[in-house]
Design a protein around this ligand. Structure first.
Ligand code: ASP
Length: 647
């Protein structure tokens, strides 16, 4: 540090970026500053020694500034600069000068100037980093990036993504405050709130033998805040779910969680949609929103048209029903005939023959087709038929010999296929399998064929999900989304059982047909969030829980607090939660949420940098009354040495 700093006299100055170590950051000097004497601090991004003249690119979060040290003019500074290496932390004092004509760097914000150093102070030395900070595109293994995350964040791509995420959270907060929402922090040490995953639990020292659960979501608490009369609540909430990790899952993640009182589905969706538009425009103004207002699609329609409840609307390639085109009677092709002949118990044909037309794939090779068949089988298809559409519009297919030319022509017409298209056909006695297979094929091919413009933001709503799904193991109706979701008013009468006793559900119950006041918000084929208008009457909530297989005792043990609160005047209310990590990832053109999290965990739930989780300290065993037994991991490794303390 060269000179002691002056006391700061104005708030503006206190909020400024000048500090005792620097007057300016590495990202702000321009031609207009030429002649200024300044102090600047940062990391050595790159150093070039031309003997007598040393150049250092000094870096901080704000940018890069070129420093020149001329041995003839500043011998002491040159002696220090001769010793510095990459990632050393320096403080430089010197004079801003315009670069010589022809040596400017148009790519750099500060590219018109350089700082001619008078003094160079090493604030800290650095070891050679395990990867190059100044080569942001160099591939580095993810485990190394996670182990040295603080270095990874020095690199441009991670830094930019964290800045973008911060902008996103700020825009979200701003939009909610503008709309009169109150931000409330709900506890992390809590009781189980089921969202379909396992709980993380924390043993209590003061209540031996008892545990807290980390919230899978603040669901119950936000509903209680509505009973409390807060009217509009939101939170950037950390949620914890102990499940097997996939690319887009982390054991802890962040949700925008909100709840509103005296609302119906329409009102919640209207607010959330307006908020999403505001936030998108503020954070990624260069990315067009595909359709306004957002399309609102019924769950069944989404499954019919896209084979998915999170359709990517950036491209068409919709699913078409081929049954009308196949005509009455035998099709001549055994697989289709058998599929269509299968009725369910009520005599309704559940079997379906549906297709998508993939553009410009008509001349796919045998091995490309085989790969698509294998892909389809992974999602449950028994096979995948195809018809290639030639330049003259005629269809060609190995199954033409069974179906005949007329039916092939009818298929081409039904699929609205153009010359060069490849029609991919799935037949199955289970309509969900047909949707699942074609839905995944559509999404995969949409991306592979470049049909999905990466820049476009295609938001849509999917709503009116079935309220329950029959669980034949548990003999109960599981909530498809949220156990607190309300039922569409006209379906309320369906929340009954054939036995007449809500505690004795069966597969034939009308409840299976009830639709939930549940809506998901979807972005580019990803589920960004979901919510519902809730049940706010105790009697109905108890009935819904009974259908979901909760006995009265279990209900009281798990949800006693909220059931009791509902006796004290719960207003109609509803809300939603949206994945901040996923939203940030999509804004940053990433498919993996780890890329937008500062300190994510690995696929096996570990923190490679801090080495968590770790065995407890010996004293913690006795304090918490803990004893670990049977600590074999699924693959047979011994994870933690069994320790018997605390007796
Ligand atoms: N609690 C739900 C979830 O975490 C969201 C909601 O219904 O508001 O998915």
């Amino acid at each position: 540090m060269s000179e002691p700093s002056q006391p700061i006299t104005t708030p503006q100055a206190a909020f400024g970026l000048a500090t005792p170590y620097r007057d300016v950051t590495c990202g702000e000097l321009g031609a207009a500053d030429a002649g200024r004497e300044i102090r600047i601090a940062g990391w050595v991004h790159r150093r070039r020694d031309y003997g007598g003249l040393i150049f250092i690119d000094l870096r901080d979060r704000y940018g890069l500034t070129q420093i020149v040290i001329n041995e003839a003019e500043a011998p002491e500074a040159a002696a220090v600069a001769g010793k510095v290496r990459s990632e050393f932390v320096l403080e430089i004092a010197g004079k801003v000068a315009r670069r010589l004509p022809g040596t400017e760097n148009a790519k750099l914000g500060t590219g018109e100037i350089e700082v001619q150093a008078r003094s160079v102070t090493i604030l800290n030395e650095a070891q050679t980093p395990p990867f190059y900070i100044n080569e942001p595109d160099a591939p580095v293994e993810e485990s190394v990036r996670l182990r040295y995350r603080y270095l990874d964040i020095r690199r441009q791509p991670m830094l930019e993504r964290l800045l973008l995420r911060s902008e996103l959270v700020k825009a979200v907060r701003d939009a909610h405050h503008r709309a009169g929402f109150v931000e409330v922090e709900t506890p992390i040490l809590m009781k189980s709130t089921p969202e379909g995953a396992r709980d993380f639990i924390v043993p209590s020292r003061l209540q031996p033998g008892s545990v807290y659960a980390l919230p899978q979501s603040p669901q119950q608490l936000k509903q209680l805040l509505m009973v409390a009369g807060l009217d509009r609540y939101f939170q950037i909430a950390r949620c914890f779910r102990d499940e097997d990790l996939r690319g887009d899952r982390q054991p802890e993640f962040t949700q925008l969680d909100l709840e509103m009182s005296f609302v119906d589905e329409q009102r919640v969706m209207d607010f959330v949609e307006a908020m999403i538009i505001d936030v998108s425009r503020a954070v990624v103004p260069d990315r067009p929103i595909r359709q306004l207002p957002f399309p609102r699609i019924d769950y069944h329609e989404a499954m019919e048209r896209f084979g998915s409840d999170k359709p990517d609307l950036r491209f068409g390639m919709e699913l078409v029903d081929l049954v009308p085109a196949l005509g009455e009677g035998s099709t001549g092709f055994r697989v289709f005939d058998e599929t269509l002949a299968q009725d369910d118990a009520s005599g309704v044909t559940r079997g379906r023959v549906k297709a998508i037309a993939a553009p410009s794939m008509a001349d796919a090779s045998r091995s490309q087709i085989d790969e698509l068949v294998a892909f389809a089988r992974r999602y449950g298809a028994k096979g995948l038929a195809h018809v290639a559409v030639a330049a003259d519009g005629t269809g060609h297919s190995p199954i033409a010999k069974f179906l005949g030319d007329d039916r092939i022509a009818a298929i081409v017409k039904a699929a609205a296929a153009a010359p060069g298209d490849l029609i991919l056909i799935v037949a199955d006695s289970d309509q969900e399998t047909v949707a699942q297979v074609l839905g995944h094929l559509r999404q995969e091919l949409g991306l592979r064929l470049g049909l999905a413009d990466p820049k476009v933001l295609a938001y849509c709503w999917v709503s009116h999900f079935p309220m329950y799904k029959w669980d034949s193991d548990g003999q109960r109706w599981d909530a498809t989304h949220n156990p607190f979701s309300g039922v569409v008013p006209e379906d309320e009468k369906l929340l009954v059982t054939v036995s007449g006793d809500p505690y004795k559900p069966s597969r034939q119950d009308p409840a299976g047909k009830a639709r939930a006041m549940q809506y998901d918000i979807v972005l580019n084929g990803w589920e960004l969030g979901g919510g519902s208008v809730r049940i706010h009457k105790r009697e109905l909530l108890e009935r819904s829980f009974a259908l979901q297989g909760y006995s009265l005792d279990k209900m009281r043990a798990l949800f006693g607090g909220i059931l009791e609160a509902f006796d004290y005047g719960a207003p109609p209310h509803g809300g939603i939660a949206m994945g901040i990590d996923r939203w940030a990832a999509l804004f940053a053109y990433q498919t993996n949420i780890r890329e937008v999290m500062a300190f994510p965990k690995t696929q096996s739930g570990t923190d490679l940098m801090l080495e968590a989780p770790a065995p407890p300290e010996p004293a913690q065993y006795s304090e918490l009354g803990l004893r670990f037994v049977g600590t074999e991991t699924p693959d047979g490794d011994r994870a933690v040495a069994g320790q018997e303390v605390g007796k």
